[in-house]
Write a protein that binds this ligand. Structure first.
Ligand code: G3I
Length: 541
């Protein structure tokens, strides 16, 4: 009789006070994974990794840059050491990633490399790497982050592809090319398309359409369709809408492919501090997510966390993992371990973060930014990063009168690049308005997204909100300022009116691709169609 059973208790032997490892709790459902951040782990890191996890992903070591820094010069030593240690610990290894627009050497697809050379570089890399690890990895993120954020027309997945160097040198067929090369290199590994913000409906639809079309085109490559799975990274926040996550799991599952949650974390604190309330809310969100994952266990193959503790997380300042800096389990861990009980015990904690509110003074300013009326307006910081950890940030001021809202935003650290044809990839400022603060899952009348780049070129979502809008932009050094006059469409504002509101700053890289997104309040990644995560403005007279 194993110790801890009812019989042994009757005999007066206390059961051992041990927490069931996370991997054991979910062993009939899916693998539980985490990252290996580097070749040598501390004792605490090894303990957390091997005790609670049945799978691992190298956080950086298997990306294109470290594996093939120079053409033909493959460097497998560090990745081999990691993979072999993971296998020796009795865990499964997942490969990340064969093609990405980051952490990839420029020689592969830089300016001047022809389509033929780029195809050769891509296929050689994918085939050689997959072949090298054949038999040691169960699956690969073959292609990472190839779809734009919130694409306007997801029915056309080719038009929704990120303008990455692979896209620019090869064209949209680079997607099927890299999957075919990976299948050749390792016919047994499950081949994944992997991306973030897949709880965004439009982004999920574009991925759905891409996988559907390519699997219909290639129903039998080595005995099965070309793409085996969709990886939902899962870099979430307290504003993440769990229903959107569930909808996407369902949508991808309906394609007959497996789904994995590949990089789960939930940002909740600020400046390396996590209050008790935030920690509970984070626990509730982890619990609600794991309840959904369990419900779709038939579809989900693996749930991998992105960080062994808050200290080593890529987003450490926002305390997003299940273990604190001392490797103590946080409420998030217990939320994942036993979601139903955790939610019942912490109902009051909810999973919502406090919505930011700014009070806005009455006044009709000049848009040149010099009007003294702006001086007394409170400053709104726009510095919470959504998809990257560094990039342009800024601060804003808002005023209102009977007809308009006036927004002045100063952006710092901008490289001021607008070479990308897609306005959202340019250095630009976006203002989101939800006039009746309805916090709806889809835009309704009175909701809108206004974007102005550093060169004062404006774009609108929906296009109809353009009427009556005015903006000016002026740049000086690494700072640019945008001022907007936005007419109210559906409300007659009065003293005390509350309006849903948010600001986003898009930071472009010198190569002309968006590399950072900073927000005032909404970290859901869905602001362009869903107003539920916006902060609020209280209009004061
Ligand atoms: O290796 C160098 C080291 O030599 C140097 O001294 C040090 C100085 O900063 O930098 C080290 O490289 C860093 C690398 O992590 C290893 O620590 C890079 O600067 C840093 O940019 C890199 O960040 C990684 C990031 O991907 C790169 O975009 C994060 O660790 C990693 O968690 C993150 O993971 C990505 C996934 O691959 C894809 N999905 C999003 C996710 C989060 O961004």
């Amino acid at each position: 009789m194993p110790s801890g059973s009812e019989d042994s208790m009757e005999e007066g032997v206390a059961p051992p006070l041990r927490i069931t490892p996370l991997k054991t709790v979910y062993e009939d459902d899916f693998l539980i994974g985490n990252v290996v951040p580097r070749q040598y782990l501390s004792e605490d890191e090894t303990y957390v990794l091997t005790t609670h996890h049945s799978a691992a992903t190298a956080e950086n070591a298997m990306k294109p840059q470290p594996l093939q820094p120079d053409k033909g010069n493959f460097k497998f030593e560090q990745a081999d050491a990691i993979v072999n240690a993971v296998l020796a610990a009795g865990m499964k290894m997942h490969g990340h990633t064969l093609a990405w627009h980051q952490q990839s050497p420029t020689w592969m697809n830089e300016e001047g490399v022809s389509r033929e050379e780029a195809i050769e570089n891509l296929t050689t890399h994918a085939r050689t790497v997959a072949e090298h690890f054949r038999g040691r990895v169960i699956s690969w993120d073959v292609l990472n982050e190839a779809i734009n954020d919130n694409p306007a027309n997801p029915a056309d997945w080719r038009a929704s592809l990120r303008q990455s160097r692979w896209y620019q040198t090869i064209g949209p067929d680079y997607v099927e090319i890299v999957f075919r090369a990976a299948r050749e290199g390792d016919p047994d590994a499950m081949l994944y398309y992997n991306d973030y913000n897949l709880d965004n409906r439009n982004k999920a639809l574009a991925v759905y359409n891409m996988v559907k079309e390519l699997n219909e085109k290639y129903p039998n490559v080595g005995g099965r369709p070309l793409i085996d799975g969709v990886g939902m990274q899962g870099h979430y926040s307290l504003q993440t809408n769990v229903t959107n996550v569930e909808d996407s799991i369902k949508r991808f599952g309906s394609l007959g492919v497996e789904v994995s949650v590949t990089e789960l974390d939930v940002q909740a604190g600020t400046d390396y501090e996590l209050t008790e309330t935030q920690a509970i809310s984070q626990g509730v969100l982890y619990a609600r997510l794991f309840n959904v994952f369990k419900k779709y266990a038939e579809t989900i193959a693996r749930v991998t966390m992105w960080g062994l503790n808050d200290d080593s997380s890529w987003r450490s300042e926002r305390s997003p993992t299940m273990f604190d800096a001392e490797f103590q389990p946080k409420p998030a861990f217990f939320g994942a371990l036993n979601p139903t009980v955790f939610i019942a015990q912490n109902q009051k904690g909810g999973s919502k973060s406090a919505v930011k509110q700014a009070q806005v003074h009455y006044g009709t300013p000049k848009l040149d930014g010099n009007d003294a009326l702006w001086d007394s307006a409170p400053e709104i910081p726009v510095n919470q990063h959504l998809t990257a950890w560094q990039g342009a940030t800024g601060s804003a001021k808002v005023l209102w009168d009977d007809k308009n809202l006036y927004v002045l935003v100063a952006v710092h650290n901008a490289v001021m690049n607008k070479t990308n044809a897609n306005p959202r990839e340019q250095d630009s400022v976006e203002v989101f308005i939800d006039e009746n603060n309805g916090k709806t899952g889809a835009f309704e009348k009175g909701d809108g997204q206004y974007r102005v780049n550093f060169d004062n070129e404006a774009s609108f979502n929906p296009a109809s909100i353009k009427s009556g809008f005015t903006s000016v932009a002026f740049a000086s050094g690494a700072v640019y300022t945008v001022a907007m006059r936005i007419p109210f469409k559906t409300i007659k504002p009065a003293n005390g009116t509350v309006v849903g509101f948010d600001i986003q700053i898009n930071g472009a890289s010198p190569q002309g691709m968006r590399q950072s997104v900073a927000m005032w309040n909404d970290l859901s990644g869905n602001s362009a169609g869903d107003t539920s995560g916006y902060g609020t403005l209280k209009l004061m007279k």
